[in-house]
Design a binder for this molecule. Structure first.
Ligand SMILES: [Zn+2]
Length: 560
């Protein structure tokens, strides 16, 4: 017996078997019953929603010879059977993707002139019609403008917006919906029952979610699971067969990040990688998930844009309601950056881990959007790095002002000016977090100069390591570090792991050369371990503040 794919074997043959397109079936049934079938149809919808299948059923209905008085098509008569197995001369299927030239359409126009040879109507089914060339469309248009008797065109497309208006206006357009998970699950359950296979509800749901509204995809996936001959399928078996990271995974991973649950998020990543998932693909899929959250949040009727089923959209909407816009934007930016970095990195896993940490710590979950701050991958503003500065920042002002007060009692305006300048210097030293106790409103953006210099440092470092990796691939260790500051003599990098610190220090000469190429100045590298740089950093800031105060007050100030 010839092997038949599951979706072919279970392809609907009559109107009542079409899944999840009741609105379309109703129209077509009515047109057949009242003999008001049009000359040209445009079937729109994503893949696997039944466009071609419905086109064939309509072709059968037009040529069915059943006289029993039942609904047409009967699916049993010779014509119905011939159309089903593709041997009916008057039903011509054209794949526009491979026959998109003007010659193909001219050929079609020639053949259109001849009346049907055995059937009542000649039916042309043009699949992927948006693939036609402009000239081919023009040629087709002439036929559509003067439709011959006894000819019906059924054009199917996943991209109706690519069709010329002139063609659209000549067709009756029917939009195929994604099939709901419930319908898909019911269909798969019937097929499993027919094959004596027991399948759990959550396994069915997992398949349906991954099929994402496409009956054909659901049956292809089910077929993979059935191919091993298992008589019982549960969720774990299905996951194993799919070898895919399901949408649910990203819903859950995002949930972990939203609740700052870094360790569980990292464990999820670890198990996925142990199962052989591709980390770069996961980054892309995760970013796609955030994009879906963004769309769900702001588009009222997101189904078309999202390319996924209603059930998935509901889950997405729940999650996106918990996230502020700024946080969504920041997360997408963070992932986009990491994906870009990962392209040339052999350490994509580390980048993904950094993303998880960054997203989980970057923006305060549930905070008003105005206070949210875009998280950045490995930037000088990386939250983990700026935390010590965040803590120490409020202390700066009292320290700077208390000393002069104890001395010559300068005017308070002068002391404030000194403190404010010291504050700015503190920010320049690597923190882009606005101190919560600052005199400036909390929602105000940080001073532009600070943002520029932080971004500049980030750019310099990025260009340095990108160049470095082409010279010596192991210099991708530089990605693990952040360039935090730079003066005439030295540049300071901060790294979060002792191992990477020693690796960087091994390559110090090379890194200094790379930095010299970037900046034109030869500098020494100072490599600090994250957390340990804070105290030293604070001392440096105090020195600078003392100098600022000295400049303003005109006498020496020491801050200890
Ligand atoms: Zn029939």
């Amino acid at each position: 017996m010839q092997y038949k794919a599951l979706y072919r074997e279970h392809r609907p043959e009559i109107f009542s078997e079409i899944l999840g397109q009741d609105h379309i079936v109703k129209i077509l049934r009515n047109q057949i019953a009242t003999d008001t079938v049009g000359h040209a149809y445009l079937f729109c919808g994503t893949r696997g929603t039944g466009k071609t299948t419905t086109a064939r059923i309509l072709a059968k209905a037009l040529n069915c010879t059943d006289e029993s008085g039942g609904e047409k098509p009967c699916g049993q008569c010779a014509n119905c059977q011939a159309i089903s197995n593709g041997s009916f001369m008057d039903v011509i299927e054209i794949d526009a993707a491979s026959n998109n030239g003007v010659d193909n359409i001219r050929e079609l126009r020639e053949s259109v002139k001849y009346p049907p040879s055995i059937g009542r109507k000649k039916v042309y089914i043009i699949d992927e019609v948006h693939m036609l060339s402009t000239q081919a469309f023009n040629a087709l248009l002439k036929t559509l403008e003067e439709p011959p008797e006894n000819v019906v065109f059924i054009m199917a497309t996943t991209d109706p917006q690519k069709l010329p208006q002139t063609v659209l206006s000549r067709c009756m357009r029917l939009d195929f919906k994604r099939v709901t998970a419930d319908v898909i699950m019911g269909n798969m359950a019937d097929i499993c029952a027919g094959q004596g296979v027991e399948i759990t509800d959550d396994a069915l749901r997992l398949l349906a979610v991954n099929a994402d509204g496409s009956v054909r995809d659901s049956l292809s996936l089910l077929e993979q699971c059935l191919s091993a001959g298992e008589k019982r399928l549960d969720r774990d078996t299905v996951l194993e067969f799919l070898g895919a990271v399901p949408e649910e995974f990203y819903l859950e991973l995002t949930e972990k990040v939203l609740t700052h649950n870094i360790s569980e998020a990292l464990i999820m990543l670890n198990s996925a990688l142990q199962e052989g998932k591709d980390v770069k693909q996961m980054m892309k899929d995760w970013m796609a998930h955030y994009r879906n959250l963004l769309i769900t949040k702001y588009v009222k009727d997101p189904e078309d844009m999202l390319n996924m089923s209603q059930d998935n959209i509901v889950a997405l909407a729940d999650q996106s309601a918990k996230i502020e816009l700024a946080q969504l934007n920041a997360s997408i930016t963070t992932l986009a950056k990491a994906i870009n970095d990962a392209r040339y990195s052999t350490q994509a896993r580390i980048l993904m881990e950094v993303v998880i940490v960054d997203l989980a710590t970057g923006v305060e979950y549930g905070q008003p959007a105005g206070q949210a701050r875009p998280a950045r991958v490995m930037s000088t503003g990386s939250p983990a790095i700026s935390m010590p500065a965040r803590k120490s920042a409020p202390a700066q002002k009292p320290k700077a002002t208390s000393q002069p007060d104890a001395g010559a009692k300068p005017s308070s305006a002068g002391a404030d000016a000194g403190a404010d300048q010291a504050q700015t210097v503190g920010n320049d030293a690597g923190s882009d977090v606005q101190p919560q106790t600052s005199a400036q409103p909390q929602t105000t953006a940080q001073p532009q100069t600070t943002a520029d210099s932080a971004a500049d440092l980030e750019d310099i470092w990025r260009e340095a390591f990108e160049m470095g990796e082409t010279v010596k691939p192991s210099l991708n260790t530089m990605r693990r570090a952040v360039l935090s500051e730079m003066n005439d003599k030295e540049f300071k990098v901060i790294v979060d792991s002792p191992v990477f610190k020693s690796l960087l220090e091994k390559d110090e000469q090379l890194i200094c050369q790379l930095m010299e190429k970037q900046t034109g100045v030869r500098r020494r590298m100072v490599c600090k371990l994250k957390g340990q740089e804070a105290d030293k950093d604070e001392d440096g800031k105090l020195d600078e503040m003392a100098q600022q105060a000295t400049d303003v007050l005109g006498f020496n100030v020491e801050i200890k």
